[in-house]
Design a protein around this ligand. Structure first.
Ligand SMILES: Cc1cc2nc3c(=O)[nH]c(=O)nc-3n(C[C@H](O)[C@H](O)[C@H](O)COP(=O)(O)OP(=O)(O)OC[C@H]3O[C@@H](n4cnc5c(N)ncnc54)[C@H](O)[C@@H]3O)c2cc1C
Length: 535
C-alpha cells in the first residue's frame, strides 16, 4: 500500500547513508529526529464529514481514505502529515470507475454545493491537491481507477489514455505495440497522465521527447459548464489552440478524463554518458553551445560544483568516489570539477551522431568522459524522492524549487537565488545546504533546479516558518531576476501569489475569464493557480 505520509510504498526502508549524513552534519549541524504522528492518531482527529456517502458515484466518507487523499507531496504537505497537523481533510473522496461517472460527479457536486479537487497521483509539490479549510464541503476526486489505454493508432503514433494511468502502467500497456511515451518526470512511478497535462510538466528526456505540451495531442475535459473535446490535429490554424488552455490548468477548468498522447517507436538504442568539466562558467558555455547545436540528444544536465559534491557524498560509495577522484586528477581537472550528463535515445545512427557532437563540444571545453557514473545515475534516478522520507526521519527537511530564464540571465539568477536561499534562515541562526543543476536546456535558455536542505526545528510551527521564509525569499528572487515562477512544477497554491506579477493585469483578467467560462460557480480546485480572491 502507498505510504500515507511520504513518498513510495509503506514500509520503504530507504535510509540516509553515512556520506550524506556526514556532509549535512558538517554543513548544518546534527539533525534531531522529530516525533512523528501515527496514522491512527491523525484518523482519530478527522472531523465529521459534511456530505453523505454515495455508492453509485463511489463516494466515500471513510476517515482514513479522507486522510490518505488530503495532501500532496509539497514540503508543507509532508510536514502536516508527519507532524499530524492537517488543517483540513476532504469531506468525501470519490473514485470514479469510468469517465462518464466524472460527469455525474460534477453534476452531483453542483447539487450539494461541494467543491472538487482533482487528484491524479497526488505528487504535486506546490499544494495542487491540498485540502484547505473551506466554507463549502470538499470532494477530492481520486482518478486512480481511470486506468488504461482506450485506443492505439500505430500509424499516427497516437494513444488515447485514461487520465489516471501512471508512467509505469502506460509503459506496460504500450510495450506490446512497440511504442513509448517518453515523458519521465522524476515522479514517474506515481504521477498520472492527467497530472502531467494539468501541471504542464517536463520529463527527464524532454530535450528529445519534448515537454508534455509537445506530447499532448488532444483529449476530453469534463467541466462544470460542459464537455470540451480536443481533437488530436497534428497542427491547426483554427484560431487559438484550446489545448494550451488545458495544459497547466491544474484542475481549475474541469477534470481531464482522457488524453491523446503522441507516442514514438521504442528506441533502438538508449544510453547516458557522464562527463567531468573543469569549471562552472566554462561548463555553462559548453552546454549552451551543445544545446544550440541541436544535436538530437534526449537529455542534457549540468550540476554546479556543490551539487556534484553532494551527489557523490549521498551516493555513499567512498571507495568508488576515491577512484573517481584519482581518475579526474590524473586528467588534470581541478577539484571543483562539475558533472554533465548527456543522453541519447532513438535510431542507432542518429544516436551515434548525437553522441559524437556531444563529445566534440564537451571535450573541446576540457571535458573528460567518466566511465562509471552514468550507469549509477540511471539506476538510481527514480530513487532520490525516497531519500526525502529518510532525511525527515533524520531531522532534516528537503525541498526543491525550479525556474527558467534566458542564457543571458542564467548565471546572475543562479547566483542571486542561491545567495537568497543560503541566508534565508539567518534569523534562526540556521544554514541551508543549497545546490543546483540546469535540468532542462533550450537553445534560448535553461531551467534551474534548486535543492534546499535544512534542519527541522523542535517546534513544528517553526519548521513551517523556516520553509515559508526560504520559499518567499526564493520566489521573490526568481521574479526579480526575470525567471518564471515555475518551469515544470506548476503554480498550485504556493506559487499563486506570484502569478500576477508574471502574467500582468490583462493576462490575469483573461485567465479569470476563462476559469469563469468553464466553471461559472467556482467549484473547481479552490485557491489553486488563481488565489481565491482573484476569481
Ligand atoms: C519527488 C518528485 C519529483 C518530481 N519530479 C518532477 C519532474 O521531473 N517533472 C515534472 O514535471 N514534475 C515533477 N514533479 C511534480 C509532479 O510530479 C508533477 O506535477 C506531476 O505531473 C503531477 O502528476 P499527478 O498525477 O501526481 O498530479 P497531482 O499531483 O494529483 O495533481 C497535480 C495538479 O493537477 C490537477 N489534476 C491532476 N489530475 C487531473 C486531471 N485528470 N484533470 C484535471 N486536473 C488534474 C490537480 O488538481 C493538481 O492541481 C515531481 C514531484 C515529486 C514529489
Amino acid at each position: 500500500m502507498r505510504s500515507w505520509n511520504g513518498w513510495g510504498e509503506e514500509g520503504d526502508a530507504t535510509a540516509l547513508g553515512g556520506g550524506g549524513r556526514r556532509m549535512l552534519e558538517s554543513r548544518l549541524g546534527p539533525g534531531t529526529p522529530p516525533r512523528e504522528a501515527t496514522l491512527e492518531e491523525v484518523v482519530a482527529s478527522v472531523p465529521a464529514p459534511r456530505l453523505d456517502p454515495l455508492a453509485d458515484l463511489h463516494l466515500t466518507t471513510d476517515a482514513e481514505t479522507r486522510v490518505r487523499r488530503a495532501r500532496g507531496q509539497s514540503l508543507p504537505d509532508l510536514a502536516a502529515l508527519r507532524y499530524g497537523r492537517l488543517e483540513a481533510v476532504p469531506d468525501a473522496v470519490a473514485r470514479p470507475a469510468e469517465a462518464s461517472e466524472v460527469r455525474s460527479l460534477i453534476d452531483h457536486a453542483a447539487t450539494v454545493g461541494a467543491r472538487l479537487i482533482p487528484y491524479g497521483g497526488g505528487t504535486s509539490v506546490v499544494g495542487g491537491v491540498t485540502a484547505r479549510p473551506n466554507k463549502d464541503p470538499l470532494i477530492t476526486v481520486d482518478l486512480g481507477a481511470l486506468v488504461g489505454v482506450r485506443e492505439v493508432d500505430e500509424r499516427s503514433g497516437l494513444v488515447s489514455v485514461l487520465a489516471g494511468t501512471t508512467g509505469p502502467a502506460l509503459a506496460t500497456l504500450l510495450a506490446g505495440h512497440g511504442l513509448t511515451v517518453a515523458h519521465e518526470p522524476q515522479s514517474w512511478e506515481l504521477a498520472t497522465v492527467g497530472g502531467w497535462v494539468a501541471a504542464r510538466g517536463s520529463g527527464l528526456k524532454s530535450l528529445g521527447a519534448g515537454r508534455i505540451e509537445q506530447l499532448f495531442a488532444g483529449g476530453t475535459l469534463e467541466a462544470p459548464a460542459g464537455t470540451l473535446v480536443m481533437p488530436p490535429h497534428p497542427a491547426s490554424a483554427a484560431g487559438p489552440d484550446l489545448r494550451q488552455l488545458v495544459l497547466g490548468s491544474e484542475g481549475r477548468l474541469g477534470i481531464l478524463t482522457e488524453a491523446v498522447l503522441r507516442a514514438s517507436p521504442h528506441p533502438e538504442v538508449e544510453g547516458i554518458a557522464a562527463w567531468a568539466l573543469p569549471a562552472w562558467p566554462e561548463a555553462v558555455d559548453a552546454v549552451r553551445q551543445l544545446v544550440q547545436a541541436r544535436p538530437g540528444l534526449s537529455l542534457l544536465r549540468l550540476s554546479t560544483p556543490a551539487e556534484t559534491r553532494t551527489l557523490l557524498a549521498f551516493a555513499d560509495k567512498p571507495a568508488q568516489t576515491r577512484v573517481l577522484g584519482a581518475y579526474v586528477r590524473a586528467r588534470r581537472l581541478p577539484s571543483d570539477w562539475v558533472l554533465v550528463l548527456t543522453g541519447v535515445a532513438g535510431r542507432r545512427r542518429t544516436a551515434k551522431a548525437a553522441s559524437g557532437e556531444a563529445k566534440a563540444i564537451l571535450s573541446g571545453h576540457g571535458g573528460v568522459r567518466l566511465p562509471a557514473l552514468a550507469g549509477a545515475w540511471s539506476r538510481t534516478r527514480f530513487r532520490s524522492p525516497y531519500l526525502r522520507n529518510a532525511l525527515w526521519s533524520a531531522g532534516y527537511a528537503s525541498d526543491t524549487l525550479e525556474t527558467a530564464t534566458d542564457w543571458a540571465h542564467v548565471p546572475g539568477l543562479l547566483a542571486s537565488l542561491e545567495a537568497a536561499i543560503g541566508s534565508a534562515l539567518a534569523p534562526w541562526g540556521e544554514r541551508i545546504h543549497v545546490f543546483t543543476h540546469l535540468s532542462h536546456l533550450y537553445p534560448s535558455g535553461s531551467s534551474l533546479y534548486v535543492t534546499c536542505i535544512f534542519r527541522l526545528a523542535p517546534d513544528p510551527d517553526e519548521t513551517r516558518a523556516r520553509w515559508r521564509t526560504l520559499k518567499t525569499a526564493a520566489s521573490q528572487t526568481i521574479r526579480a531576476g526575470g525567471g518564471t515562477i515555475s518551469h515544470h512544477h506548476g503554480v498550485g497554491v504556493d506559487h499563486a501569489p506570484y502569478l500576477a506579477d508574471e502574467k500582468g493585469p490583462l493576462g490575469m483578467d483573461a485567465l479569470r475569464a476563462v476559469v469563469r467560462t468553464f466553471d461559472p460557480d467556482g467549484m473547481m480546485n479552490p485557491g489553486v493557480l488563481l488565489t481565491d480572491d482573484a476569481t
